[in-house]
Design a protein around this ligand. Structure first.
Ligand SMILES: [Zn+2]
Length: 281
């Protein structure tokens, strides 16, 4: 559902307008700072394009919306970074994108290919995709996401309609819902304490974060903001070791923002892994 994307009102309004006017491009380039909900928005857009009850918006409940949210829709393909090199392999572009293009979508109105970090495509993969972007097939949309658009091939950039996301303001994202804001703040505080080695907070934290319906990513962002704040306070106080430690923890926490969007089916497992990794830092 487009309405499930928080804190990016300008972007969502732009996408809704494009749909209403039937002016959807064949390819979007979503760019924004780390932590911006690029992948979430790409999935929400795929849902909106294919929703059976509320086209242009997404209902979150019809078969199509459910399949997309569960990551099992045959026509909504997300290519993510893999392996030690954290690249999008050329085979994946060939097998999951190029090979399908000769056939119509299985069941979608518009099939959607999402590249979770477009700069992670090696040159052969980027070139293979470029040919497709030059002659886009019918009923097919590409959404390329990146936090570093200037590193993309100019030929790729120029074939996509650019959509710039703003940084996420956690307070704005929770809106007027004070209870929700307090829940996110409390869980973020617990996550930071778990990073500090608070074993008592750690217990059950992953499932509590996961149960914060739709909010695990906000919790992660809020925790990263706290750690960043702590890093600058430590730097100001002259404790550079502590500043570096907090900054590193903040980066690790932020790096989990995207896996949480991908592992939407099981955020508890993702959070558990994040906590385990942070405690070992
Ligand atoms: Zn729906």
């Amino acid at each position: 559902m487009l309405s499930s994307v928080h804190g990016q009102d300008r972007v969502i309004a732009l996408l809704r307008r494009a749909f209403e006017r039937s002016r959807m491009p064949h390819a979007y380039l979503f760019s924004g700072p780390r932590g911006a909900p690029l992948l979430d928005t790409a999935l929400a857009l795929a849902g909106a394009l294919n929703c059976q009850t509320t086209p242009g918006e997404g209902c979150g409940q019809c078969v199509s919306c459910e399949k997309i949210a569960g990551g099992i829709h045959p026509d909504v393909v997300t290519l993510v970074r893999e392996g030690a090199g954290q690249i999008v392999p050329i085979e994946n572009v060939r097998n999951q994108v190029i090979a399908r293009l000769g056939l119509p979508p299985h069941e979608a109105e518009v099939r959607v290919f999402i590249i979770e970090e477009a700069t992670a495509m090696a040159p052969p993969a980027a070139n293979a995709l470029l040919k497709t972007l030059e002659e886009p097939p019918a009923r097919t949309m590409f959404v390329l996401c990146t936090t570093a658009p200037e590193q993309l091939l100019p030929t790729i950039r120029s074939r996509c309609q650019r959509v710039r996301f703003g940084a996420v303001d956690v307070a704005a994202a929770t809106g007027d819902d004070a209870a929700r804001a307090a829940r996110v703040a409390g869980l973020a505080e617990d996550l930071v304490r778990a990073v500090d080695g608070g074993d008592d907070t750690r217990l059950g934290l992953a499932s509590r974060v996961a149960e914060a319906k739709g909010d695990p990513q906000l919790v992660v962002l809020a925790a990263a903001q706290r750690l960043h704040g702590r890093a600058s306070a430590a730097a100001t106080a002259g404790d550079l070791d502590a500043a570096r430690r907090s900054a590193r923890a903040a980066e690790r926490v932020l790096a989990w923002h995207t896996p949480l969007a991908i592992h939407h089916a099981n955020p508890a497992l993702a959070i558990e892994a994040l906590i385990g990794e942070l405690v070992r830092l």
